[in-house]
Design a protein around this ligand. Structure first.
Ligand SMILES: [Zn+2]
Length: 348
């Protein structure tokens, strides 16, 4: 499978700003067509290797216009990686690669990252198409990179698990950015809630475990999926005294490899063995059978979040505020060793 499209296949997790799906479809062709010109203007690819413990993430800016632009993009990616590390302080995989490819603005699409995807073949790579004139603040405000990095927490789950995969990335794109200050915590709840509303507005359809890649169901797949993970995270905290972060940390250590692929049910069972203790399977059984958007009333009550149309209000009740902060609150920075592979070589 070489096409890049959300429907394309067993090894790719393709995501894009949904307003840009039409663009995403056209992007590889356009990129190829413009590659010769870009190659003339660009300086050499710029690669850095980020290390945390025995985990290693290569970040490659494929076609920066000059070294200063490469530095700027590396700084942006380093911040997105900090967000990823706020889950449990390590990379989920021992080895992974992020590739940034600069592409010209197409039409009037304003998105600074019009396309991102996670490719699982010969290792795991996150590929990000970045608009060549996108500024730092636009990039920092965009969710795509943290969304894609969040796909590294789970194995490949096939079409049947797409709602779990996209749901986890959609949940964490807000949670992880809030933890490192890329989003204000209350704004992160608002964004999650906005997603839930879009998912609810998509109406009813097939059961979640039968929804696959169904056309027209994208909002439900992403945001009913995110609702599942919020529900599971809260159930873990309530019933097991641990967080989704902790369960994913244990899962990454015992079970997640670069070539991991499994079924949704086997993934859920493995998470329960990694600390979920049955909590996640119970939430999964409930959500997998749903044909409409899940009610979040009990979760919102526990979090002290009230909705009034599009407005959210947050309860000052200390226990509820603590629960919200446990999910979205700031995290201490994790030490990351950075090496430029051009200088240090790639000898290990
Ligand atoms: Zn995704």
């Amino acid at each position: 499978m070489t096409r890049m499209h959300p429907r394309c296949g067993p090894i790719r997790q393709a995501c894009a700003c949904l307003a840009a799906l039409a663009l995403a479809w056209a992007m590889p062709v356009a990129t190829q067509a413009q590659a010769p010109a870009a190659a003339v203007a660009a300086s050499a690819a710029s690669e850095r290797v980020l290390r945390v413990g025995d985990g290693r993430l290569r970040v490659i800016v494929e076609n920066p216009l000059d070294p200063a632009r490469a530095d700027q993009l590396h700084a942006w990616l380093a911040e997105c990686v900090r967000a990823q590390l706020s889950a449990f302080g390590r990379f989920p995989l021992r080895e992974a690669t992020v590739r940034v490819r600069l592409v010209p603005r197409r039409g009037r699409d304003p998105s600074p990252v019009p396309w991102g995807q996670t490719v699982r073949e010969d290792g795991v790579s996150v590929l990000l198409f970045v608009r060549d004139d996108a500024g730092s603040e636009e990039l920092r405000a965009d969710w795509t990179a943290v969304h894609e990095l969040s796909h590294l927490f789970h194995p490949y789950l096939g079409d049947a698990g797409r709602w779990l995969a996209e749901g986890l990335a959609s949940y964490y794109q807000n949670v992880l950015r809030a933890r490192i200050g890329l989003l204000d915590g209350e704004e992160a709840w608002r964004r999650l809630d906005g997603g839930f509303r879009r998912g609810r507005d998509a109406g009813a359809g097939p059961r979640m475990d039968e929804i696959g890649w169904r056309r027209g169901a994208t909002m439900r797949i992403y945001w009913a999926g995110a609702a599942f993970w919020l529900d599971a995270d809260l159930a873990l905290r309530r019933e097991r005294g641990r967080s989704l972060d902790q369960v994913l940390a244990a899962y990454s250590q015992c079970c997640l490899r670069e070539d991991s692929r499994t079924t949704p049910e086997a993934f859920i069972a493995a998470l329960d063995r990694a600390g979920g203790g049955g909590t996640i399977a119970r939430a999964y059984a409930r959500h997998a059978a749903m044909t409409g958007f899940p009610s979040l009333q009990a979760d919102y009550a526990a979090l002290g979040i009230d909705t009034d149309g599009e407005q959210l209000t947050f309860s000052p009740d200390p226990a509820k505020a603590r629960l919200r902060a446990a999910i979205m609150g700031p995290r201490a920075a994790v030490a990351v060793a950075v090496r430029s592979s051009a200088v240090d070589g790639d000898d290990d």
